[in-house]
Design a protein. Sequence first.
Length: 126
Amino acid sequence: MSFEYDDQNIFAKILRGEIPNSTVLETEHSLAFHDIAAQAPVHVLVIPKGAYVTYDHFIAEASDAEIVDFNRAIGEVCRLMKLSGADTDGGFRIIANAGAHALQEVPHLHMHVLGGRPLGLLLDRG
Ligand code: 5GP
């Protein structure tokens, strides 16, 4: 399996500091920031700093340290945004789109962390 990474994608530019972002959390291997077009009261994107296109690419090629860091960052974002544990009674959703069928817009792995309101069905019926 091979994955081609386009280093001109918008999240690569964010990681290089070429365009600004509203950072929620930065760790050794991950960055979390607010989505520019939030679809819920909480809409944070968590990305690995490494050059991975999709979740399957990440799991196939990332180091254990990167995978642990990324997953812990997602959990920490949920905690920081008061979506998890004793802070919430509402819960949250995490989604990673991959490829054309999932309408992935930015070809750098990102986990959407969504919450703060009822989120409706996971998929539309189309
Ligand atoms: P996708 O459809 O690839 O799963 O989601 C891409 C997400 O990136 C969208 O929710 C979109 O609003 C967000 N996005 C696109 N460009 C930017 C940007 O320049 N800054 C931030 N913070 N989010 C962006």
